[in-house]
Design a protein around this ligand. Structure first.
Ligand SMILES: Nc1ncnc2c1ncn2[C@@H]1O[C@H](COP(=O)(O)OP(=O)(O)OP(=O)(O)O)[C@@H](O)[C@H]1O
Ligand SMILES: [Mg+2]
Length: 452
C-alpha cells in the first residue's frame, strides 16, 4: 500500500516516512502543491496525509484537486489548533479525517492502518463479488426441449418465493448452475448464496459447518464459528448432495427449516434465520427413503418444487446450442479466431451419449479450442471420451490416472508449441531453439521424441 505525505516541512516528511516505512508501507513525499498532485497522477496512491497549509497554498484546495483526480484516495488532513475551521471545511470537501498537531505517532499509525485495511477489505470484497457475478452469469439455458422449457418456466415462477426447491438430475446436468441462476435472479440476489456439499464432510464437521459452534464446544473448537445457516441469512443455502446427509443431520436440518431458527453447537442462544433452501442430488431420494436412509418428513419438506434436469442425451437438439455457447466462450478466452464445428463433428456430438452431461461437453469443447491448429473443431476426437457409463468426463479413461492425463496434456501443449515455432522459423532449429529459450540439443531431443 502506498502513502503520500504532503507537507512543506522537511522534518515532518522524513519522520512520517520513516514511521510508515517501518510498518511496511511505501511512502512518497511532496514538499509543495504541484509535486503532490503530480504523484497522485502518476502513482497508485492509496492514502494521502496532507498538511492544511502547504507552502503558501491551501491544503483544502489540494484535497479537492486530489479527489477530482482520484476519488479513491483516502485523505487525512494534518492541522494545528489554529485551523480547526479549515479542518471542518476539509471534511465537507471530502477529507476522511483530520489529525491535530502535535502528532501522536501511535494514534496516527492506527488511524492510517485501519483505513488502509478497510480499503483492502473493500477491494477484496468488490473483487470477490465481481468474480462471483462472472460465475453467476456463466450459463446458457437456451433450449428447445419441451421438458426443459417447462422446467425453466417453473424456476422463473418460483424464484421470488421462499419455497424450498429440490433439483435432481445426473451428474453434470447443471444442478448447481440452475440453483445459482435461481438465487441470482431472485429478490434474494443481494444476499449471499452459500453452498455446502453434504457428501464431502463427516457428520460432525457437516453439523459444525451448518450450525457453527461456540468456542470450546468440542475438542478442536478453538474459536467461535459462524455456521452456513447464519451466513446464508436473507440469502440462499444450497445443500448439494443432500442424499448423503446422515439421518441425524437430516433431523437437525428439518428442525431448522420448520422453526427458522437454530442454536450454534455448544451454544444456547436462539438465532433466527431467514433462508431459502435449494437442495440437489443425483441419487433417487425415494429409493433412499425405502432403504430408511432418508427421512420421509424431510423429503416432503424439500420436495415442494421439484426440478428434474434431463440428461444431455435426452435433449439432442440442445447439444449444438450449448456447444456453440462454449465454443464462443473458450475462443474468446484463448483468443482463437474463426473457430467452427464441421458438420460431421456436430453430427457426432448429437449422437454421443454424454455420460458426463454438460460438464463433459464443456470440457471437451474447452480442450478442442485450446489444442486446435485450424479453425475447425472436433471435440469428440479428444481424449477423455468414455463409451458409456455414469462417471463425469473428468474421470480419466480406464487405465490412466490423473497424473498420466495431466502429463499427456502437457506433452500435447509442448508438441504444439514446438511445431508452431519450427514452422515460424521455417524449420531453422537454431532460431527456434533461441525463441523457445532452450538449447539446440534439448530441441533436437524433443523433435525426435515427438516425431516432428
Ligand atoms: N446451462 C448451463 N450453461 C452453461 N454451463 C453449464 C450449464 N449447465 C452446466 N454447465 C456446466 O457444467 C458443469 C457442471 O454443472 P453443475 O456443477 O451445475 O452440475 P451438477 O449437476 O451439479 O453436477 P454434479 O452432480 O456432478 O455435482 C459446470 O461447471 C458448468 O460450467
Ligand atoms: Mg453439483
Amino acid at each position: 500500500m502506498n502513502i503520500l505525505i504532503a507537507d512543506d516541512e522537511k522534518g515532518i516528511r522524513a519522520g512520517l516516512s520513516k514511521l510508515f516505512e517501518r510498518k511496511g508501507y511505501d511512502c512518497f513525499t511532496a514538499g509543495d502543491y504541484d509535486s503532490a498532485l503530480d504523484l497522485i497522477r502518476h502513482r497508485e496512491i492509496h492514502l494521502a496525509l496532507l498538511d492544511i497549509r502547504i507552502g503558501n497554498r491551501d491544503g483544502v484546495d489540494l484535497l479537492k484537486d486530489i479527489k477530482k483526480t482520484n476519488p479513491d484516495v483516502c485523505c487525512l488532513m494534518i492541522t494545528g489548533y489554529g485551523s480547526i475551521a479549515n479542518a471542518v471545511e476539509a471534511i465537507r470537501s471530502g477529507a476522511d479525517d483530520y489529525m491535530l498537531k502535535p502528532l501522536d505517532n501511535d494514534y496516527l499509525l492506527s488511524a492510517v492502518t485501519s483505513r488502509l485495511e478497510l480499503k483492502q477489505l473493500k477491494n477484496e470484497n468488490t473483487y470477490l463479488r465481481e468474480k462471483q457475478k462472472e460465475e453467476m452469469l456463466d450459463f446458457d439455458f437456451s433450449t428447445t426441449h419441451p421438458a426443459m422449457i417447462k422446467l425453466m418456466d417453473v424456476a422463473d415462477r418460483v424464484k421470488d418465493t421462499d419455497t424450498t426447491v429440490l433439483i435432481t438430475g445426473e451428474s453434470g446436468t447443471g444442478k448447481e448452475v440452475l440453483s445459482r441462476y435461481i438465487h441470482y435472479s431472485s429478490n434474494r440476489k443481494n444476499a449471499p448464496f452459500v453452498g455446502v456439499n453434504c457428501a464431502a464432510l463427516s457428520e460432525t464437521l457437516l453439523l459444525s459447518e451448518l450450525f457453527g459452534h461456540e468456542k470450546g464446544s468440542f475438542t478442536g473448537a478453538q474459536e467461535r464459528k459462524i455456521g452456513k445457516f447464519e451466513l446464508a441469512d436473507r440469502g440462499t443455502l444450497f445443500l448439494d448432495e443432500i442424499g448423503d446427509m446422515s439421518l441425524d443431520a437430516q433431523a437437525k436440518l428439518l428442525r431448522v427449516l420448520e422453526e427458522s431458527s437454530l442454536e450454534r453447537l455448544g451454544g444456547n442462544r436462539t438465532i433466527n434465520v431467514n433462508i431459502r433452501v435449494i437442495a440437489a442430488t443425483n441419487q433417487d431420494l425415494r429409493e433412499l427413503m425405502e432403504q430408511k436412509k432418508f427421512r420421509e418428513d424431510l423429503f416432503y419438506r424439500l420436495n415442494v418444487i421439484r426440478l428434474e434436469l434431463p440428461a444431455l442425451r435426452e435433449r439432442p437438439d440442445d447439444i449444438p446450442l450449448l456447444a456453440e455457447y462454449f465454443r464462443k466462450r473458450y475462443s474468446r478466452d484463448f483468443r482463437k479466431q474463426e473457430t467452427f464445428y464441421s458438420e460431421e463433428a456436430l453430427e457426432k456430438m448429437r449422437h454421443y451419449p454424454w455420460p458426463g452431461n454438460i460438464r463433459e461437453l464443456r470440457n471437451l469443447v474447452n480442450q478442442s479450442v485450446l489444442l486446435s491448429d485450424s479453425g475447425s473443431l472436433d471435440p469428440l476426437s479428444y481424449g477423455g471420451v468414455q463409451a458409456k457409463g455414469t462417471a463425469p468426463a473428468l474421470t480419466p479413461p480406464r487405465g490412466a490416472n490423473l497424473q498420466e492425463m495431466v502429463n499427456n496434456m502437457v506433452e500435447e501443449f509442448e508438441k504444439d508449441i514446438i511445431r508452431k515455432t519450427l514452422e515460424k522459423h521455417k524449420f531453422n532449429k537454431t532460431a527456434a531453439a533461441e525463441e523457445l529459450g532452450v538449447t539446440r540439443k534439448t530441441l533436437f531431443n524433443k523433435i525426435s521424441r515427438y516425431g516432428l
